[in-house]
Write a protein that binds this ligand. Structure first.
Ligand SMILES: Nc1ncnc2c1ncn2[C@@H]1O[C@H](COP(=O)(O)OP(=O)(O)OP(=O)(O)O)[C@@H](O)[C@H]1O
Ligand SMILES: [Mg+2]
Length: 247
């Protein structure tokens, strides 16, 4: 059986600048993979390439997602197939509310999967349970997406989108940056309850903050556009203690 996500010798560039220089990484189904690495080593670029951000040009290698060639799929197809990215810097969508955005996204996914779209009542029920769990108020749901929200609120809203869309592959890019201690606990709890056999996570982080709540099965160390080492969660402590010079 093929792996859940299999990245082989992935190269990507922006303009003339090569950023990913041969990434190899495998994530198994039901597992949490943490990715750590110094600023600028290519972590966010890797997540952008997986989701199909057209800013980055893939110049070599492959990404198989549940046996399918992800690089041949459009960003929409990837999202509908269950690939989700919680952004390091969430984008603002003036004039579009979180409720509108999520209803459109969830029903697009359901239609893609040949499931019946949720009607307004079913959708609000689905939304409210998850909003309550993450401390998202009605006022926040009505406001334009990410416009004027604090850094920590934006991160909580990213987690909320993930909880509503229930994707199979969740990429969290520095979800823990900007969260206060209580929010970290709430977000960590929300991620933990989503752990199940059919779902995998890629958690990009600089510290062990979120990983204390969501224990990773494996940790990958990235440097200069490549994965240098994959190990177990003891690597997190090694990074915290000694930095990246020993990798
Ligand atoms: N659109 C772009 N145009 C020019 N350079 C870019 C672009 N996107 C990324 N880069 C460069 O590619 C390198 C990798 O950036 P990336 O954002 O992937 O790093 P990162 O590992 O996520 O860093 P951090 O830990 O600071 O978030 C950086 O040197 C960055 O300046
Ligand atoms: Mg980044």
């Amino acid at each position: 059986m093929s792996a859940f996500l299999e990245i082989k010798d992935l190269h990507a560039k922006v303009g003339d600048k090569e950023i990913l220089k041969g990434v190899n990484l495998t994530i198994e189904s039901g597992k949490v993979m943490a990715i750590m690495g110094p600023n600028g080593c290519g972590k966010s670029t890797l997540s952008a390439v997986i989701t199909g951000n057209p800013t980055y040009q893939v110049t070599g290698g492959s990404i198989l997602f549940k046996g399918k060639d992800l690089l041949k799929m459009t960003p929409d197809e990837r999202a509908n197939a269950g690939v989700f990215l919680a952004f390091q810097r969430p984008t603002e969508l003036p004039g579009v509310s979180m409720a509108q955005l999520l209803k459109a996204a969830l029903n697009a996914k359901r239609t893609f999967l040949k499931e019946k779209p949720l009607d307004a009542v079913q959708f609000m029920k689905h939304l409210k349970v998850r909003a309550t769990a993450l401390g998202i108020t009605d006022e926040m749901l009505k406001r334009s997406v990410n416009v004027g929200f604090s850094g920590g609120e934006k991160k909580r809203l990213e987690t909320f989108q993930m909880a509503v869309l229930e994707p199979d592959f969740c990429i969290l890019d520095e979800m823990d940056s900007g969260l206060d201690v209580d929010a970290l606990k709430v977000v960590g709890g929300a991620i933990s309850v989503m752990r199940e056999e059919k779902r995998s996570f890629m958690i990009i982080t600089h510290h062990d903050d979120l990983l204390r709540y969501v224990a990773p099965d494996k940790v990958a160390i990235m440097r200069d556009g490549k994965i240098l080492q994959v190990g177990d969660k003891e690597l997190v402590a090694k990074v915290e203690e000694k930095g990246y010079d020993n990798f």
